[in-house]
Design a protein around this ligand. Sequence first.
Ligand SMILES: Nc1ncnc2c1ncn2[C@@H]1O[C@H](COP(=O)(O)OP(=O)(O)O)[C@@H](O)[C@H]1O
Ligand SMILES: [Mg+2]
Length: 277
Amino acid sequence: VKMYHIELTASMLIILSLIALLIALTYKIIKQKNALKGINRELKESNQVKTEFLANVSHELRTPLTVIMGYSELLTERLAKEENATNLKFVQTIHRKSEDLLSLINDLIDFSRIESGKLELRLSRFNVEEVINETVEELATSAEKKQHSMNVEHRNTPLLLLADRGKIKQIISNLLQNAIKYTPTGGCITVRTYNAGEFCNIEVEDNGVGISEEQMKHIYQPFKQADSSYNKKYEGFGLGLAITKNLVQSHHGNIRVQSTPGKGSLFIVSLPKEIDK
Ligand SMILES: Nc1ncnc2c1ncn2[C@@H]1O[C@H](COP(=O)(O)OP(=O)(O)O)[C@@H](O)[C@H]1O
Ligand SMILES: [Mg+2]
């Protein structure tokens, strides 16, 4: 009987210490969970500060830049009349570089707008081929500079979309600009549209440098360029595809890519024809 008592007390003691251990552990977990919550809140706040800073800085940069662009345009007109070829060339370069800068700043503004959830869609019904033809025309000069041939194939016309026209144009423009940029001189770029049931598909294909499997993981991440070395070859912030993917998703569509390094890339965007359905 005595032995039995000792055994019972021993097991009771073990059980009691186990319970004490469990309580201590639970307490520690709760404490750490609260600490994590605090850190999470701080991270969110600092991210918000960063987004606001980005928005403010880019807006402040855009104002003087538009003044520079206005005056360089005015000067271009005057110098063209005076037939002053050298000065005209200088001013044209100023204007062109200001345009590049403006498009970078606009990307920053768009990105901060997306980050802070301030992106709004203005829906209208329009012809997607028209938007594509417009964009191709606008980018014709930069494609010609690299002696690319640009082909457009509209397989099922007319393709009508209920969407935000400006944002769809931005999607096409970003993909085309990348195709032009990431294809060596004398390349071939094709834009295709076709009907895919409830969806309208837009493809942008190039025979450029392509994207490796390793690079694939990062192409939609903001501020990520495949070549991130200091003296990188290609200009840009690495925001284009991040913005593009977001615009596609805000239309309830999806974006995919197929690519072989050294052979080229194919981006496929599927957009629902009626966004509110
Ligand atoms: N058509 C393409 N061919 C090859 N690589 C591409 C293509 N489009 C995008 N990429 C890769 O994806 C990265 C992200 O693209 P993007 O966000 O538009 O940034 P950026 O144009 O500023 O480099 C690019 O740096 C490039 O490495
Ligand atoms: Mg880009």
